[in-house]
Design a binder for this molecule. Structure first.
Ligand SMILES: Nc1ncnc2c1ncn2[C@@H]1O[C@H](COP(=O)(O)OP(=O)(O)OP(=O)(O)O)[C@@H](O)[C@H]1O
Length: 158
């Protein structure tokens, strides 16, 4: 839960870099343990591994936004907001475009993740910038449908 700076051992390992046994079994066991404790996110350094819960989860509300806003990535338990905040802060600090690469198999939650990130950025942006973030979010969501259709057509032809 947001608000807890350090997670106890009951939540498994929050960063796979700290895993003792680098085996698929140990990796999956840790993911499973964390998921059972409602921890959808686990780091591998600066990469965020996300498990799709396939059910509504109350971990994206304003309290969570406030907990992650302006924090360093390791100050709070692993969360997609930490990644979004880090990318956003870096973009502002360096005045350079930045990107977050989201990958995973079909249905793994990529579209949801991009919406969650955009919503977070809209929430932490000043009022003047919020409209633009909303516009980009809408373009992103609409373009996703087209991209998906093209991708499915291509795969049918193969
Ligand atoms: N963080 C989440 N919380 C709750 N449900 C989620 C979350 N992420 C994904 N889901 C559920 O999983 C479904 C599939 O997710 P999504 O559409 O984002 O997958 P995708 O990776 O974009 O799939 P595709 O590649 O086929 O477009 C969503 O409709 C939603 O029901």
């Amino acid at each position: 839960m947001a608000g807890t700076i350090h997670e106890g051992p009951e939540f498994g390992i929050g960063d796979f870099v700290l895993l003792h046994d680098v085996t698929l079994e140990a990796f999956m066991d840790n993911l499973k343990l964390r998921y059972e404790k409602n921890r959808l996110y686990t780091y591998i350094g600066e990469v965020v591994v996300s498990v799709n819960p396939y059910k509504p989860v109350d971990i994206y509300n304003k309290n969570y936004v406030d907990e992650y806003k302006g924090r360093e990535i390791y100050e709070r338990p692993p969360h997609i907001f930490a990644l979004a905040d880090s990318a956003y802060t870096t973009m502002k600090r360096k005045s350079r475009d930045t990107c977050i690469v989201i990958s995973g198999e079909s249905g793994s939650g990529k579209t949801e993740a991009s919406k969650i990130i955009m919503r977070y950025i809209a929430a932490v942006t000043n009022v003047g910038g919020q409209k633009e973030v909303e516009r980009v979010k809408d373009v992103l969501i609409k373009s996703n449908v087209i991209l998906e259709a093209v991708w499915k057509c291509q795969n049918k032809q193969e």
